[in-house]
Design a protein around this ligand. Structure first.
Ligand SMILES: Nc1ncnc2c1ncn2[C@@H]1O[C@H](COP(=O)(O)OP(=O)(O)OP(=O)(O)O)[C@@H](O)[C@H]1O
Length: 277
């Protein structure tokens, strides 16, 4: 099968990471590799298109414009990292793309769905069917096992991935019967990633996914996310303060005071992918 154009450049890099991340994390979730990967292999079409996006909070003297005419495109299968200082609007951007908040103006198109024209019921269906969310804090259900935490989301999904394959690819199969308190922070975050992925989402939105983890565990989680992106073909947007994360990106966006500024991306990946910056 041809490589996903968005991920072809990081394969060698991932392969070299694979041993560090452990065989489970490096293994390909064969049965689980489904339509997104195949689709992405044939076309680097845009998956997320944002145009002239504006958002403010408050009114009168308290009114603050948080996003100013933000326009960007992320191709199908890309990893996009959104950097910026605290308060620059990163989480707000993610919340709008995730259909959690409404924009004041502009458009957000995700996989052909224009979010700004959806009813709240349709937005709920969009979040359920197309999106995976990963947050800084794992928000696992404490009295469900690792497997059950993933299973709950699978039950809500029209087309869930096979859970045991996913547990293997996350390096969690041996820990599947444990409760969250019985595993490490990194393993809890792997479970949270599994919970987001089991829906087989087209778009994975991650808000500071390594913010609560130490350096080594963060590195393993990032490697896992690269593997996930490669094997499942989902488009990934990662919001972070952590400048080091930019090295895993196909595309880097920088927000400053709600405006999108020019960014930098991994030079080799840029060259290979003909990115605009
Ligand atoms: N619900 C809200 N009501 C009012 N103001 C808000 C709300 N959410 C965010 N803000 C404000 O919008 C601005 C951008 O917030 P946002 O959380 O998007 O920034 P951020 O870049 O994600 O910051 P951080 O890196 O600290 O999480 C901030 O000034 C914040 O105080």
């Amino acid at each position: 099968m041809g490589k996903n154009p968005a991920t072809a450049t990081n394969t060698a890099n991932l392969d070299s990471h694979a041993t560090e991340a452990g065989p489970a994390a490096a293994s390909t979730p064969r049965a689980a590799s489904t339509s997104h990967a195949a689709d992405a292999a044939s076309s680097p079409a845009p998956y997320l298109q944002v145009r002239d996006l504006c958002k403010h909070y408050g009114e009168g003297e308290a009114r603050a414009t948080v996003l100013h005419d933000v326009t960007t495109t992320v191709s199908k299968g890309e990893i996009c990292v959104l950097l910026g200082p605290s308060g620059s609007g990163k989480s707000t951007f993610l919340n709008l793309v995730g259909g959690l908040e409404a924009a004041d103006s502009g458009s957000i198109n995700v996989g052909g769905t224009e979010l700004t024209s959806l009813t709240s019921k349709q937005l709920g269906e969009y979040r359920r069917d197309k999106l995976g969310f990963v947050f800084q804090f794992y928000n696992l259900v404490p009295d469900l096992t690792i497997r059950e935490n993933i299973e709950v989301t699978a039950h809500l999904s029209a087309n869930p991935l096979p859970i045991d394959d996913l547990l293997h690819s996350l390096g969690l199969y041996e820990h599947r019967a444990k409760f969250p308190r019985q595993v490490s922070g990194g393993q809890q975050q792997r479970c949270a990633i599994g919970r987001a992925l089991v829906k087989n989402p087209g778009l994975l939105l991650c808000d500071e996914p390594t913010g609560a983890l130490d350096y080594q565990t963060s590195k393993e989680i990032l490697e896992l996310m690269e593997n996930v992106n490669r094997d499942y073909g989902c488009t990934v947007v990662i919001v972070t303060h952590n400048d080091a994360i930019r090295h895993m990106a196909h595309r880097v966006l920088r927000l400053r005071d709600g405006k999108l500024a020019e960014g930098t991306a991994n030079v080799e990946r840029m060259a290979a992918r003909d990115l605009t910056w």
